[in-house]
Design a binder for this molecule. Structure first.
Ligand SMILES: C[S@@+](CC[C@H](N)C(=O)[O-])C[C@H]1O[C@@H](n2cnc3c(N)ncnc32)[C@H](O)[C@@H]1O
Length: 270
């Protein structure tokens, strides 16, 4: 635990700016608790605060420091294990599986600053598609584009993928994924164009429609011929983005987020 006295902040403003502020606070300070309060995040943390002034519309109000009783409430009390896709259970390390549950795959993921605790519809669609189409022979190379917490790459590691490459444009995600993934995994801060092309037997990218439109050619180029390619994160009206990939093996929609599994034929650009 940091020696610095705990302080308490109330973050208000657009969700994206609050999320970015939390990411920075997780990187720069020791975060004790994040409590949601009527559209605001109340954060107890110790350490030097990062600069948050550039975050669009964010208001950061310094509250009186937390009492000992307030510090005992962490915001983790309601955390639970859940079935993110049939047979695939996700839980934070401080929560047990419900009695009697025997998962096909168990993913232990701490809920932190990076996207990817497993509850989001786009993550669940990606996990469901990976699980439904995972190759009988574990892949020698697996790539996760936009890895966030690293949850999808962790699925691959648990299923026996030998070489794992992942990338994300956000530093907080790179830090989180490096902590989560097995030693030997490569987590790069950047875009898919910075990863080795045409060698992965399984590629996954959970990005929103606009991000996927920008990145699709580079994502596709990572896959070898015959690879499984899973793309997720699109809203139903955005799915035209992946039309060029041909007929999918499966379309899966979870809570308004759509994912597709494709079999890649030929090598891009060949
Ligand atoms: C929707 S989250 C997915 C996180 C995690 N893979 C999951 O399934 O829960 C998308 C992530 O992609 C990252 N990202 C967005 N555009 C990207 C790009 N062009 N290249 C790499 N990462 C990107 C974001 O920073 C974010 O962490």
């Amino acid at each position: 635990m940091s020696d610095a006295a705990p302080q308490r902040l109330r973050l208000t403003g657009p969700a994206a700016s609050r999320e970015a502020a939390l990411d920075r606070l997780h990187v720069w300070t020791e975060v004790h608790a994040v409590l949601e309060d009527d559209g605001a995040d109340v954060v107890s943390c110790s350490g030097s605060l990062p600069d948050l002034a550039d975050l669009d519309g964010l208001c950061c109000e310094v509250l009186p420091p937390p009492t000992a009783a307030e510090l005992a409430v962490t915001g983790l009390e309601d955390d639970r294990a859940f079935e993110a896709a049939p047979g695939v259970w996700v839980r934070p390390p401080w929560v047990e599986l419900p009695a009697g549950v025997v998962p096909a795959v168990e993913l232990v993921v701490p809920r932190g600053g990076a996207f990817g605790s497993g509850e989001h519809g786009s993550t669940r669609a990606a996990l469901g598609l990976l699980h439904a189409h995972w190759p009988a022979e574990p892949p020698a190379h697996f790539v996760d584009v936009g890895t966030g917490s690293g949850i999808l790459a962790l699925y691959a590691a648990v299923r026996g993928a030998r070489g794992i490459d992942a990338c994300d444009v956000e530093e907080a995600s790179v830090v989180a994924a490096r902590e989560l993934l097995p030693v030997g995994s490569q987590v790069v801060r950047g875009t898919p164009g910075q990863l080795p092309a045409a060698r992965a037997e399984v590629v996954v990218a959970n990005l929103d429609g606009n991000q996927l439109r920008e990145a699709l050619d580079s994502v596709r180029a990572l896959a070898c011929s015959g690879a499984l390619l899973v793309v997720s994160g699109m809203r139903p009206h955005e799915t035209g983005v992946v039309e060029a990939l041909g007929a999918p093996l499966q379309r899966l929609e979870v809570e308004g987020y759509v994912g597709f599994a494709f079999r890649v034929v030929g090598v891009a650009g060949a």
